[in-house]
Design a protein around this ligand. Structure first.
Ligand code: SAH
Length: 695
């Protein structure tokens, strides 16, 4: 069987569908899966085990046989816990075939084959009866089907079906219940992920203010969850406007309804401010008494208990449709609406002067539709990109650089996916500004025209409805480009070097460039550093024994998948969320000269880097820096190395590339520094970078 995998081609900036063997998809899935992270989540595992033991005992005390249904068994871990706790039989359901196969092996290796039946099906396909997958309905329902938003992986429909068809009435459930909590906050930083703020520019003829189109101003954004490691958000970056409030609970031991619904709570701000964001997280009680609780509460909520780091469950940031000024002590209603898979929030004020009944139950638009982006910018730019566009320091660097290179007779072409640069170039005095449109045929995506129009520049900036490769002299009114600019930013980029598409585009438009053209950025460089992660290493590290069960089969499977391609690949991670310390100095490893065209040959480098600090080398981090003009650079990676200890500050709007070493290296002493050698190759034909590291 063949599968088609969508992949952006960094040499063309567009999506391509590649035919891959059947194995490819599954190796990708395993290699990038969260299984290792879950197996390393000690807090989760211990509490599941306690909850399962308690549930089995309760059933046994009633004199019943303990029949367990484990939906989404993965490695078989929760079923093995149940069998060890004395369950009579477990049905372990797993829809993902490679995992079901692994579960069979793991169950056998741990000696539970007679107690656990692994069924490779989606739970809704499972049959019950003498000839069915299950002999009878189960009386203990165990699952771990939750994502950061709780319901995003389909827990509700799965539970709804299981209660109807697969478990007995009055069954025990582990977890017994989940509760979703919310807190209303004001945060310029997080709000900048949803809205475009006005940009102030000191132009020749006075201050100009770039404003977003009104459609963008009032756009509710997209419904997809924004899940982040909230524990990395310093308390100085937000103001809490309310206490933590319980939004809703789901009792998993009773029939569950998955149909769309809403929940409403009354709130009283503890502080006046601008309500912008709803922060949310959940906890699960493994038993009915609530004594075994596993919580995702962030640091300021549970400051005393040690936080368990995990990446498979984080916290959610929800953006209110509009910013709402609120006063301390006033009455507000917060509504959480949900469909089967996602949640969204609305805030309403209790109407002043209204009668009592009105205040208790606001009647207006009881159920609010899921947010749908109307301005289409939220479909083009993700949240990090909004943050990047709102980053004044960064904009300032571009303004400084543009000032240096622009002249009054400049004919300027901008190549980027929706950028402020054409407007900045115009304000800073370029005679003629053209802007390419990266997806001219995609009418569903934001079009730069709307932004230019909002600033009354639709006649000043010419939009070229063609990709750079198809540029014709007529597009430029038969003029040559004297200044070519780009951020560079392209929505299809996954890894930092994919934005080198700018270089390919620059090459494609070569014949349109004046002989003395200025290219901004003039060059880019790839930088690399060896790091020790505080926690991120867990997601790719073998687990071995988990709560007494041998899960090495899973470790081997992940390792196989990681080695599936000849050379391992780097993966993108936003490192502001994942603290690490540098063990080496940052090193520039490759440079890309945008004043010249992309060469035919590959760009390779080899070298070694010294480990200067004591620590565990988990991997290398790579990022790009763009040299806009003489002495003006922007980094998409390391911003600062703050202190002696090597703690790093990363660009908060960009993902960096992380290459995990297949085995970790411990460096001990500084007098005789260990060296790591590297070989890095930029394949100019594919736009991809391959790398290899050796101790
Ligand atoms: N129970 C394991 C793994 C949890 S990950 C543990 O706790 O360590 C969730 C697993 O459930 C995934 O492997 C996914 O493929 C599977 N899954 C999700 N929904 C399912 C369903 N309705 N039926 C069967 N498997 C499901």
């Amino acid at each position: 069987m063949k599968t088609f995998c969508g992949r952006a081609n960094p040499t063309t900036g567009s999506m391509e569908w590649l035919e891959e063997g059947e194995d490819y998809d599954y190796h990708q899935e395993i290699a990038r899966s969260r299984y290792a992270d879950m197996l390393h989540d000690k807090d989760r595992n211990v509490k599941y085990y306690q909850g399962i033991r308690a549930a089995v005992s309760r059933v046994k005390e009633r004199g019943e046989k303990a029949i367990v249904l484990d939906i989404g068994t993965g490695t078989g871990l929760l079923s093995m816990m149940a069998a060890s706790a004395g369950a009579d039989f477990c049905y372990a359901i797993e829809v993902f075939k490679p995992m079901a196969n692994a579960a069979v092996k793991i169950v056998e290796k741990n000696g539970f084959s007679d107690k656990i039946k692994v069924i490779n099906k989606h739970s809704t396909e499972v049959t019950v009866g003498p000839d069915g997958d299950m002999q009878c309905r189960a009386n203990i329902l165990v699952t771990e089907l939750f994502d950061t938003e709780l319901i995003g992986e389909g827990a509700l429909p799965t539970y709804e079906h299981a209660h109807k068809y697969l478990v007995q009435e009055g069954c025990e459930a582990v977890p017994h219940r989940a509760t979703v909590y919310v807190q209303l906050v004001e945060s310029k930083r997080m709000w900048s992920w949803k809205k475009l703020f006005p940009v102030h520019v000191e132009a020749e003829d006075g201050e100009k203010i770039l404003v977003p189109p009104s459609e963008m101003e009032n756009c509710p954004g997209v419904p997809s969850v924004c899940d982040i490691q909230l524990n990395q958000m310093p308390s100085s970056d937000f103001t809490t406007l309310s206490d933590v409030v319980t939004m809703f609970s789901v009792d998993f031991s009773k029939p569950v309804q998955s149909a769309s619904t809403y929940y409403r709570v009354q709130l009283e701000p503890v502080k006046s401010g601008k309500a912008q964001i709803v922060l949310s997280w959940w906890d699960i009680d493994m038993d009915p008494s609530g004594m075994i609780n596993c919580t995702m509460a962030p640091y300021w909520v549970k400051p005393t208990s040690a936080l368990q780091w995990r990446d498979h469950w984080m916290q959610c940031v929800y953006f209110l449709p509009n910013e709402e000024p609120v006063l301390q002590g006033e009455q507000l209603y917060l509504t959480a609406s949900r469909d089967q898979y996602s949640v969204w929030y609305n805030l309403q004020k209790a109407r002043e002067g209204g009668n009592k009944a009105d205040e208790e139950e606001p009647k207006a638009d009881v159920r609010v539709e899921s947010p749908v982006c109307r301005c289409r910018a939220h479909l083009l730019w993700n949240r990090a990109r909004f943050g990047e566009l709102n980053d004044q320091n960064r904009t300032h660097q571009y303004i400084k650089a543009l000032r240096k290179v622009l002249k009054t007779d400049s004919v300027c072409l901008c190549i980027s996916d929706g950028s402020l640069l054409p407007v900045l170039a115009h304000y800073l005095g370029a005679k003629q500004v053209h802007s390419t449109c990266m997806q001219p045929s995609r009418k569903d995506l934001y079009h730069p025209h709307e932004f230019f129009k909002a600033n009354h520049l639709e006649d000043k900036i010419k939009i070229i409805e063609a990709r750079p490769e198809l540029l014709k002299p007529s597009h430029l009114e038969d003029k040559k480009i004297s200044v070519l600019v780009g951020e560079p930013f392209f929505t299809t980029s996954l890894l930092p070097w994919h934005n080198l598409y700018f270089w390919y585009a620059r090459t494609a438009v070569s014949t349109h460039l004046a002989s003395n053209v200025t290219v901004l950025p003039q060059s880019a460089s790839l930088h690399m550093m060896i790091v020790e992660f505080q926690d991120l290493w867990r997601i790719r590290s073998p687990c071995g024994i988990c709560e007494g069960f041998d899960v090495q089969t899973m470790d081997d499977m992940i390792k196989d998948s990681l080695n599936f391609r000849e050379s391992k690949e780097a993966e993108p991670h936003p490192l502001w969320e994942y603290p690490c310390k540098s063990l080496s100095d940052p090193q520039e490893v490759l440079t890309f000269d945008f004043t010249k065209t992309v060469p035919q040959h590959c760009l390779s480098t080899e070298g070694s880097v010294n480990l200067l600090r004591k620590g565990t080398s988990h991997g290398a981090v790579l990022w790009m820096e763009y040299h806009l003009a003489a002495d003006i650079s922007v980094s998409t990676g390391l911003m600062q190395m703050s202190n002696e200890k090597g703690n790093c500050e990363w660009n908060p709007h960009c993902k960096q590339a992380v290459y995990f070493f297949s085995s970790v290296i411990e460096s001990e002493i500084l007098s005789d520094p260990t060296a790591v050698t590297y070989a890095i190759n930029f394949d100019t034909k594919t736009g991809e970078i391959a790398m290899d590291f050796k101790l």
